[in-house]
Design a protein around this ligand. Structure first.
Ligand SMILES: NC(=O)c1ccc[n+]([C@@H]2O[C@H](COP(=O)([O-])OP(=O)(O)OC[C@H]3O[C@@H](n4cnc5c(N)ncnc54)[C@H](OP(=O)(O)O)[C@@H]3O)[C@@H](O)[C@H]2O)c1
Length: 353
């Protein structure tokens, strides 16, 4: 069967990772990426073997810098079956018109509103809803993480209500903009959009959220309090989380006490860019009191949405069912374990370089 031809619009934090992940799959290929500036990331894309396409207004700067490119954005549209739009949030409307005119499918990211596409995507919660769609949106990193645990909890135990408090990273590690650089900044517009974004996929869920921006770049942490429709045991909850795709359990007793050690573990595992694609739960930080469940989960914001983009391509191009796609994506990206112990076993067996 012919490979699906994927174009990536934007090669920043998310775009470069989606490109690497797509290139690792056997049933799809990257036909080109776009860059607006001829900087070091453009050279990195060339080194990875990707053809660069540029917006018409960037042609001159690429020529001046001597960075080779294969054509303009319109040329990439003619080659692609589907575009993964990874441009900064709020640019989606303009690009959607271009994809529509070219008759090309497109995936947008969480920086866009749900209304842009009318359907949003998460591999665990609603794979089939993007089946054959021309446009879909992979929800944000925080929403992806919440859906990975709330959706299975709702299916298994029925969630009556959920409350989430987020401690958000202020900027990505590659950014020298943003802040605070030494402080904590509450989001005063309440409740924050995070709960509402979960409702773009689970509209029936009673969920609210608050958030604080913190002076860190590594990960977000979410504190989650869930009211279940019945009393359950802690063991039942842990057993469920162990069965959830792309959920990793760690334990503070084994030295994973903070986001610092999670990122270090991602590097030790030899993942591309040290990425931690799973949402990471502290097993010893899970508590059930009656029918109320409490847990913490850490989110590598640069990474968790990447496998979801690959699955979204398969759903929109009607390539295979959800569980099969998740398994194939995981196998190609080295996501094949359920907890920190398993991870350590896996990487201790890697041959030395
Ligand atoms: N960063 C995260 O943690 C994260 C997590 C989940 C979802 N998201 C979402 O993913 C999307 C992308 O975010 P990001 O963090 O990857 O942004 P980013 O790092 O700023 O990258 C944006 C990319 O878009 C390119 N671009 C800008 N204007 C363009 C144009 N006119 N034509 C073509 N390309 C253009 C930029 O090119 P140049 O570099 O050449 O200017 C850059 O490569 C947003 O919707 C965001 O909300 C981000």
């Amino acid at each position: 069967m012919a490979k699906i031809k994927v174009g990536i619009n934007g090669y920043g934090t998310i775009g470069k990772r989606v490109a690497t992940a797509v290139a690792a799959q056997g049933d799809m290929e990257v036909v080109g990426i776009t860059k607006a500036r001829p900087n070091f990331e453009a050279k990195a894309a060339l080194a990875e073997g990707f053809d660069i396409y540029v917006p018409a207004e960037s042609v001159e700067s690429f020529e001046k810098a001597g960075v080779p490119f294969a054509g303009t954005f319109d040329g990439l549209l003619m080659k692609a079956d589907i575009m993964v739009d990874c441009t900064p949030g709020d640019m989606g409307k303009g690009f959607k018109e271009k994809y529509q005119a070219a008759g090309v499918k497109a995936i947008f990211q969480g920086g866009e509103e749900h209304g842009l596409t009318g359907v949003s995507f998460n591999s665990t919660a609603n794979y089939k809803e993007s089946w054959g769609a021309q446009f879909s949106r992979v929800v944000s990193c925080n929403t992806t993480a919440l859906l990975r645990t709330l959706s299975p909890l709702d299916r298994e135990f029925k969630v009556t209500s959920a409350y989430v408090s987020l401690v958000r990273r202020a900027a990505d590690p590659g950014d020298s903009k943003g802040g605070p650089i030494n402080g904590l900044e509450p989001s005063v517009s309440l409740p924050t959009h995070h709960g509402k974004d979960v409702q773009s996929i689970m509209p029936w869920l009673d969920i609210n959220s608050m958030a604080i921006k913190a002076s860190t770049t590594l990960m977000h942490i979410q504190t989650v309090m869930v009211e279940l429709s019945k009393e359950v045991s802690q063991d039942d909850v842990i057993a469920l989380f162990r069965r959830c795709p792309r959920v990793m359990m760690v334990n503070s007793r084994e030295g994973i006490k903070s986001t610092c050690q999670i990122i270090e573990m991602g590097r030790d595992m030899g993942r591309s860019r040290g990425d931690v694609y799973e949402v990471v739960l502290w097993e010893d930080g899970i508590r059930v009191v009656g029918s109320t469940l409490y847990y913490y989960q850490a989110v590598h914001q640069e990474a968790d949405v990447i496998p979801e983009n690959v699955d979204c391509i398969r759903s929109m191009c009607k390539m295979m069912e959800g569980p099969e796609s998740v398994a194939r994506t995981n196998a190609a990206m080295g996501i094949d374990h359920r907890d920190g112990m398993h991870v350590r076993l896996q990487y201790s067996r890697r041959p030395s370089l």
